[in-house]
Design a protein around this ligand. Structure first.
Ligand SMILES: NC(=O)c1ccc[n+]([C@@H]2O[C@H](COP(=O)([O-])OP(=O)(O)OC[C@H]3O[C@@H](n4cnc5c(N)ncnc54)[C@H](O)[C@@H]3O)[C@@H](O)[C@H]2O)c1
Length: 152
């Protein structure tokens, strides 16, 4: 049965991570040609489905991104520092990775005339209810701001 993903060229940044690797599996099942772009900072090569093309690279490197974005039809941007606790230990690095890197993704897409983007935001932007996990509210606010900034 035909579906909108069948035969589409799709790039997944962060495709070697927890969420991204499942997304890659699902897209491959739907018939997409998937390329994973990941620096393996928290992801694992073994997580990446062998039917996907693996491009080792960093979203902070705009030249590498431009190369991999060219020719794609759709980008799922999941690459980020996702750990709320770690975020406050290295705020500048997290900002670069979650905000500046997202701008690089957008710039590369514009250069390659790729118009379809799905961005992985976070529930923390909208509610910040992480009390059960005992995460201080400053950490929640920082993570939320970085994700919000990246999505605006
Ligand atoms: N896991 C959750 O419950 C959850 C909830 C809401 C939103 N999200 C968002 O979904 C996305 C994926 O989260 P996850 O839980 O799979 O995290 P994860 O750490 O498992 O995956 C992130 C992936 O991005 C890669 N990466 C990080 N920085 C990179 C960079 N500069 N260039 C290239 N690759 C880079 C890592 O190596 C890793 O493979 C994140 O954007 C996260 O904020 C996750």
């Amino acid at each position: 049965m035909h579906n909108r993903w069948d035969g589409r060229k799709v790039l997944v940044t962060g495709g070697a991570g927890f969420v991204g690797s499942h997304l890659v599996d699902a897209l491959l099942k739907l018939g997409s040609e998937v390329t994973v772009f990941d620096n393996l900072s928290t992801g694992f090569h073994d997580f990446v489905n062998s039917d996907a093309k693996m491009a080792l690279g960093d979203c902070r490197d705009i030249l590498a991104l431009k190369e991999v974005v060219a020719g794609q039809e759709f980008v799922f941007h999941l690459a980020a520092h996702a750990d709320v606790r770690r975020n406050m230990q290295t705020p500048r690095a997290v900002w670069k990775n979650n905000v500046d890197a997202t701008l690089n993704v957008l710039t590369s897409m514009r250069a390659a005339r790729v118009n379809n983007l799905a961005f992985a935001s976070s529930g923390i932007v909208y509610c910040g209810k992480a009390r059960k996990r005992q995460i201080p509210s400053t950490q929640i606010r920082f993570m939320g701001r970085a994700k919000l900034q990246a999505s605006t």
